[in-house]
Design a protein around this ligand. Structure first.
Ligand SMILES: Nc1nc2c(ncn2[C@@H]2O[C@H](COP(=O)(O)OP(=O)(O)OP(=O)(O)O)[C@@H](O)[C@H]2O)c(=O)[nH]1
Ligand SMILES: [Zn+2]
Length: 203
């Protein structure tokens, strides 16, 4: 199924938000540098494929969370809203290999009732994940965007990830999980924080 979001990504490739030519040249150079022949059959199309993949993997650099969180509803709900287990892939800015896992996002809407569509929380994750990233910044950027655009009474973001730079190379510890959290407002209070954490962990 092709979604509007897929269309946006396809447009990015066309409207030149990545310098396709430059990526292709660089990938060709890397292939030579690692001892490969970029002109052999299987690799001929690789620089072009990588440029296309990067346009998608780094599309978030050209997207604005205001566009996603700009539409809010007036719903009379002043209790916790939590979307958990949002899967995502990001790219470690140190090694340019993936880190991936689950994001959990909760917030307590403001008295004025600024509630966003549930899918927008997952879109917010995508905007910040599709960039060269570190997990701590990803976590903070999401919580800060929630604060800025929804002005909630409280917000919590918990992210658990496996970093391939720790699994497939370097220290080589596949399965090791890194957990980060960012908590703001009323969700810092012990009881509400405990409620949110038990919902996040209660699977
Ligand atoms: N804090 C943090 N560190 C990260 C993240 N992703 C990767 N790293 C770490 O970034 C560090 C980079 O360390 P360096 O010593 O500069 O690079 P390196 O020689 O490749 O390090 P090793 O991975 O230990 O082989 C490593 O310890 C990685 O585990 C992240 O999202 N957050
Ligand atoms: Zn890394």
């Amino acid at each position: 199924m092709v979604t509007a979001y897929d269309d946006e990504i396809a447009e990015l490739e066309i409207d030149g938000t990545v310098d396709q030519d430059r990526i292709e040249k660089a990938v060709r150079e890397i292939l030579i540098a690692v001892g490969e022949d970029p002109d052999r059959d299987g690799l001929l199309e690789t620089p072009r494929r990588v440029a296309k993949a990067y346009a998608e993997m780094f599309a978030g650099l050209h997207q604005d969370p205001a566009d996603v969180l700009g539409v809010t509803f007036d719903i009379d709900h002043e209790e916790l809203v939590l979307v958990r287990d949002i899967p995502f892939y990001s790219t470690c800015e140190h090694h340019l290999v993936p880190f991936h896992g689950l994001a959990h996002i909760g917030y307590i809407p403001s008295a004025e009732g600024r509630v966003t569509g549930l899918s927008k929380l997952a879109r917010l994750v995508e905007i910040y994940a599709r960039r060269p990233q570190v997990q701590e910044r990803l976590t903070t950027q999401i919580v800060e965007a929630l604060e800025e655009h929804l002005r909630p009474r409280g917000a919590i973001v918990v992210i658990e990830c496996e970093h391939l730079c720790m699994s497939m190379r370097g220290v080589r510890k596949p399965g090791a999980k890194t957990v980060t959290s960012a908590v703001r407002g009323q969700l810092r209070q012990q009881a509400t924080r405990a409620e949110a954490m038990s919902l996040i962990l209660g699977r």
